[in-house]
Ligand binder design. Structure first.
Ligand code: ADP
Length: 205
């Protein structure tokens, strides 16, 4: 599946055959579940800013403490904090073989910062996958989840943040010709198959 691993030592190296994917979707869309399957199937590094921030918060680092002020009320953490985290993470060796950005970028400023970093490295994105789920369904799913930031008023704030700050990215990436949308209603398997179809096509399989 992953072409890097199938390549024999004496085959000609291609310019760049690792997938760099941005995964966008509102809170509750099921991104986490699909991300786990995608990274395993395509051997990608999983870069979840939500997970990174929760780890920082639990470790009580300065960044974690600061981030928690925003996370606990459903607001986005300031761009400079997030961009610094991602910059460091993208420099790690495991990212050379492709990665799935899960929960980043979430603002236009973050997307522009990402573009600048990737241009510097000469490693453009391959695709932006959007998981689409209607808002009533999101609220229902989130309310049943029980995470600390899943209180109704915090959920509402996270949905507002998504609509106002993250949704503009759909247009941003659409204009670049990178956006592919997936219907996020159905079984985990059905949704995964939709994503797989898009990625396999990109890989030429
Ligand atoms: P969800 O997608 O369910 O909202 P995440 O785990 O992706 O949850 O993120 C949890 C919280 O972490 C967000 O509500 C936000 O406060 C913060 N966060 C995560 N990623 C970012 C980001 N790229 N920019 C700003 N804040 C972020």
């Amino acid at each position: 599946m992953n072409r890097l691993r199938l390549r024999t030592p004496n085959s000609l190296p291609t310019k760049d055959d690792n997938m760099r994917i941005v995964f966008i979707g509102p809170p509750g869309a099921g991104k986490g579940t699909q991300a786990e399957r995608l990274i395993e199937t395509y051997r990608l590094a999983h870069l979840s800013t939500g997970d990174m921030l929760r780890a920082a918060r639990d470790a009580r680092t300065d960044v974690g403490r600061k981030a928690d002020e925003f996370m606990s009320s459903g607001q986005l953490v300031p761009d400079d904090i997030i961009v610094a985290i991602i910059r460091g993470r993208l420099e790690q060796p495991d990212c050379r073989e492709g990665y799935l950005l899960d929960g980043f970028p979430r603002t236009i400023a973050q997307a522009e910062a990402l573009d600048a970093m990737l241009a510097e490295q000469g490693t453009p994105l391959d695709v932006v996958l959007q998981l689409q789920v209607p808002e009533e369904e999101l609220f229902r799913r989130l309310a049943g989840r029980g995470r600390a930031d899943d209180k109704p008023e915090v959920i509402r704030q996270r949905l507002v943040a998504y609509r106002e700050q993250t949704e503009p990215l759909l247009d941003y990436y659409g204009k670049k010709g990178l956006l592919k949308s997936i219907d996020g209603l159905g079984t985990v398997e059905e949704i995964f198959d939709r994503a797989k179809m898009i990625l396999d096509k990109l890989l030429g399989n």
